[in-house]
Ligand binder design. Structure first.
Ligand code: NDP
Ligand code: 8X3
Length: 258
């Protein structure tokens, strides 16, 4: 019996990595999905694959979470039945660069802050009031180990994920008198397109990040998201920290010798 029958989930950043895996796990459990990202071709293709495999209904669309007007317009234009969102996975995010703060690119900083902090807020500002009105909903923010520890060159990316942690706590406090639950799932190393994006397309440098270690997969993180949203109604998992077994902290990992 699927766990999420008669449930609608919205996953941002579903064109790749953790978001894509969340879409797959939620569809496997019977949820109808709203999936979005800037690369519309990818989310449309994913929608077809998941509909064929799991028989769920999926609406896939382009969305740049950095654009407040676009977020508000696109989400409020959804047909009424799709606005009954039970699960919001605020996943869209990225890192850019691993430079010392005083050498960092302003454009990298803007992109991370606009996506990871402001984008998450813009989507939440539209969707959470619908949840409050329906007295039902789960919000899962994808944070990071980088929201708990600052590492060399992590500066602004870490600040955005510390921000996600603060926003999650703020949501939990402000929604305490409602049935809405808010969780943050905070992974260590997950092998996705994350490092390729961080290093502006340098796949060689990105590949080195995962050398000699078995990182998490997007599916590992998606199962943690599923755990959060399938607890009994009186249980709110505040935070899940999930790490590869051979990664103890942001910069402490055991790598098998070559
Ligand atoms: P990927 O690069 O594989 O996926 C990132 C997703 O975010 C893509 O679908 C991308 O879609 C989307 N995205 C980026 N910018 C925007 C935007 N402006 N508007 C809408 N969607 C956007 O990386 P991950 O799957 O690893 O990253 C997902 C989340 O997990 C991020 O928040 C990241 O910070 C977090 N995380 C990742 C870890 C890791 O080691 N990989 C560890 C801890 C947390 P598109 O480009 O098509 O818009
Ligand atoms: C991604 C994990 O350690 O690169 O959030 O910051 S890390």
């Amino acid at each position: 019996m699927p766990l999420l029958k008669d449930t609608i989930a919205l996953v941002t950043g579903a064109s790749s990595g953790i978001g894509r895996a969340c879409a797959e796990v939620l569809a496997r459990e019977g949820a109808d999905l709203l999936i979005c990202a800037r690369r519309e071709d990818r989310v449309k293709k994913l929608a077809k694959e998941l509909t064929d495999r799991y028989g769920v209904e999926i609406h896939a669309f382009a969305l740049d979470v950095r654009n407040q007007k676009e977020v508000e317009k696109t989400l409020t234009a959804l047909p009424e039945k799709w606005k009954a969102i039970d699960i919001l996975v605020n996943n869209a995010g990225l890192s850019r660069g691993l430079d010392k703060l005083h050498e960092g690119l302003l454009s990298d900083w803007e992109e991370m802050i606009d996506t990871n902090v402001k984008g998450l807020l813009y989507v939440s500002r539209v969707v959470i009031p619908w949840m409050v009105a329906r007295k039902k909903g789960d919000v899962v923010n994808i944070g990071s180990i980088a929201g708990h520890e600052v590492y060399p060159g992590g500066n602004v990316y870490c600040a955005t994920k510390f921000g996600v942690d603060a926003i999650t706590k703020g949501m939990q406090i402000d929604l305490v008198d409602t049935p809405i639950r808010v969780s943050t799932v905070d992974p260590g190393m997950v092998e996705t397109e994350f490092s390729i994006v961080r290093f502006h397309g340098d796949t060689g440098r990105a590949g080195k990040v995962y050398e000699g270690i078995t990182p998490l997969s997007g599916a590992d993180v998606a199962e943690a998201v599923l755990f959060c949203v399938t607890r009994p109604p009186h249980v709110n998992i505040h935070q899940v920290r999930i790490m590869p077994t051979n990664q103890a902290a942001a910069m402490v990992a055991y790598r098998a010798p070559k």
